[in-house]
Design a protein around this ligand. Structure first.
Ligand code: SAH
Length: 224
């Protein structure tokens, strides 16, 4: 059966079945890493999508969250986590906490996650979810992520979930030698390119992975 022939998960009665289909969709869209799939099976996206759109939590689609932001499409979360090649001993910086969903997945894959957002409300709500899930290895901060998090640098991995025109210099310099950063780059309102940057001792290597669409990386702190 093709994806198109299947009923949308929110039209089904059984939440177990909806979550099973969610995992099958992830696989069919290229998320094949066993650790990433296991983490996505464990973290219930429904927790991070509240209100009006809750019944669409297992659809492979981005959804609105407070402060005019979005929770990313699950298959993109999976593909980005996979491209980051996170190891169990890694320290990861995420820029753009949003709902906290991506950070929760990373928390199961590595030793420690630092996640920052420019909106205080989003950080507070995400922290409540981390606590409810017993995820004690995530530190969330209200900060302008385009400057990175100098006090905790350098990082093994950096994941940016908002689009900049170019990789921000502070993030490049806060990556360890041998470290990997995955980020969308391009004009904020157009299609962007997902880039993987690997830092070598003699410079940076850039790989273009696929087209994506993210909300823009905005400098400075938000009003709420
Ligand atoms: N990773 C999130 C989705 C993030 S949406 C999730 O799993 O739900 C992008 C987020 O980036 C938004 O919450 C937005 O507030 C944040 N953002 C945009 N510019 C930023 C900046 N300069 N510093 C920190 N966060 C920023």
């Amino acid at each position: 059966m093709t994806d198109e022939a299947q009923p949308a998960p929110h039209l089904q009665d059984d939440p177990q079945e909806a979550r099973m289909r969610f995992l099958l969709t992830l696989r069919s869209r290229g998320v094949t890493d066993a650790r990433v799939l296991a983490a996505m099976e464990r973290i219930d996206r429904g927790r991070f999508v509240r209100g009006l759109f809750e019944d669409r939590a297992y659809d492979d689609t981005p959804l609105p969250i407070p402060c005019g932001q979005t929770i990313s499409q699950p298959s993109v979360v999976g593909l980005m986590s996979q491209a980051l090649a996170v190891g169990p001993r890694d320290t990861v910086l995420e820029i753009g906490t949003g709902s906290g969903y991506q950070a929760a997945i990373l928390a199961l894959l590595c030793r420690r996650v630092y996640t920052v957002d420019r909106h205080r409300r989003l950080v507070i709500e995400a922290e409540a979810q981390f606590a409810a899930l017993g995820l004690t290895n995530i530190t969330a901060r209200v900060a302008d992520g385009s400057r990175g998090l100098p006090e905790q640098a350098p990082f093994d991995r950096i994941l940016v979930t908002a689009a900049a025109e170019d990789p921000p210099g502070p993030l490049l310099s806060q990556l360890k030698i041998g470290g990997i950063m995955v980020l969308p780059v391009g004009q904020s309102d157009a299609v962007q390119t997902l880039l993987r940057v690997t830092r070598h001792s003699d410079g940076y290597e850039y790989d273009e992975l696929r087209q994506v669409r993210f909300v823009p990386l905005v400098e400075g702190l938000g009003q709420t």
